[in-house]
Design a protein. Structure first.
Length: 436
């Protein structure tokens, strides 16, 4: 049974009509990856308004680790709407916030007692992590890394590496310092260089936090070299700096651990969460050492819609799904299938030069020249388009947009995954016209 179905050209006539309406009233910078419009979605499959069916390997930019419309989540949201849709927790509090906090605090294992605060988006979580770090340490400077993506508010956009289109003409916030990310193909830095680079860049007594994605997302699914995260933890502890793990994209089971940072046995001071936390409803969180939160003045952090009761109800069911459906083990199983397939693509096609990631969080990189490691952006983008036109929606990544990353739902079936991987293979073949 095929799970993809292409009945029209892409986009179809109904999608084209919607695009004409869109051009009149929708802000033009709000660009979409897909040229078609969704009608419905279940699990890993979405159907557009023209009846075409696609396997969504982007998961709404990583927001759908449990897929489209999981029944228990839908039912929980419906039930919550019948009680109350909104109450700002800082005005009239409610039990779902507390229950979700308990669940997340329990997931964040470590020596310190944990507390949780909820917000709306991943960028808002990162920005509040910075506020918490600055308030707790009474310092101002923030250290981030090459290839980082932390959001698109003014502060988090400054922390994000790629200039275009995120910084563009918007300016930047002060007190943000960027260090090299160790990459044997691009530089000679090693984990042991971190302390030296930090001391050469900024006075450590001025640094509130070092913020790092355990696995870089938009940067191209870059995996830290052995010992790097442990060295950051050692150095930050030495200088009284907080370590913040940005798990907005890597968290919630993609790597086979609930938090990606668990793969390295490191306990950060704060963890930021978003995307898949509520199955597509707007919700994000900062989880971390309770003493840090307790050091802040009352009402110094908060958000009118942060931790909305509908989103909390959904998020409670998401954690239950991850546990009861054993999605952490599922991520490892899917990862083995994907890596085996991607290794085959690397052996088969000259342009595929690297396979990397952890668990089901895997990517392939397209390179023109292995000696100079020149990005092959053109081939990568054409493969994404060819796959899309044949039923698989893919997400690009990397500073040069030459990486394809998988953010597929962990509820995808083996048969759906095999079909999607076959379409990717054929897309590369059609674009490159020849194998190795």
């Amino acid at each position: 049974m095929r799970h993809t179905l292409i009945k029209t050209g892409i986009p179809g006539p109904k999608s084209r009509a919607l695009t004409l309406r869109r051009k009149v009233c929708v802000a033009s910078p709000m660009e979409s990856l897909a040229p078609f419009y969704i009608k419905s979605g279940r699990g890993a499959v979405l159907e557009d308004v023209d009846g075409n069916k696609f396997l969504d390997f982007t998961g709404g930019w990583g927001c759908l680790v449990t897929g489209y419309c999981p029944e228990k989540v839908v039912n929980a949201v419906k039930a919550q709407t019948e009680s109350f849709i909104h109450s700002d927790f800082t005005v009239v509090p409610y039990e779902p916030w507390i229950k979700l906090s308990e669940m997340l605090a329990k997931k964040a294992a470590g020596k310190s007692e944990k507390a949780v605060a909820f917000f709306n988006s991943g960028a808002e979580a990162v920005e509040n992590a910075v506020k918490i770090a600055r308030g707790a340490t009474r310092r101002r400077s923030i250290v981030v890394f090459e290839g980082a993506f932390h959001g698109r508010t003014l502060l988090t956009m400054t922390m994000t590496h790629r200039p275009m289109p995120y910084k563009y003409v918007f300016g930047a916030a002060p007190d943000v310092y960027r260090l090299p990310y160790p990459n044997p193909r691009k530089n000679r830095y090693t984990p042991a260089d971190f302390e030296r680079l930090l001391l050469e860049t900024v006075c450590p007594e001025d640094v509130a936090a070092v913020i790092i994605e355990p696995i870089q997302g938009e940067g191209g699914f870059n995996v830290p070299p052995e010992g790097f995260l442990q060295e950051i933890r050692r150095v930050t502890a030495k200088y009284g700096i907080l370590m913040v793990a940005d798990e907005v994209q890597s968290g919630y089971g993609r790597t086979g651990k609930f938090f990606a940072i668990e793969n390295w046995g490191v306990e950060p001071d704060l963890i930021t969460l978003g995307k898949s936390i509520a199955g597509g409803l707007p919700l994000s969180a900062v989880v971390g050492d309770k003493k840090l939160f307790d050091s802040l003045p009352k009402s110094s952090i908060g958000s009118t819609f942060g931790g909305n009761p509908l989103a909390c109800a959904a998020a409670i069911e998401i954690i239950k799904m991850i546990d009861t459906e054993k999605l952490l083990a599922r991520a490892l199983h899917l990862g083995k299938i994907i890596r085996r397939n991607f290794d085959g693509l690397k052996a088969k096609y000259n342009s595929v030069k690297d396979v990397r990631g952890v668990g089901a969080m895997l990517a392939i990189e397209f390179i023109k020249d292995e000696e100079t490691w020149t990005p092959d952006t053109d081939t990568c983008q054409k493969v994404i388009q060819a796959a899309r036109d044949n039923g698989v929606l893919l997400a690009g990544a990397g500073l040069h947009k030459n990486v394809i990353r998988l953010l597929l739902p962990l509820v995808i079936t083996d048969e759906q995954l095999d079909e999607g991987l076959e379409i990717i293979d054929k897309a590369i073949a059609s674009v490159t016209k020849s194998g190795r």
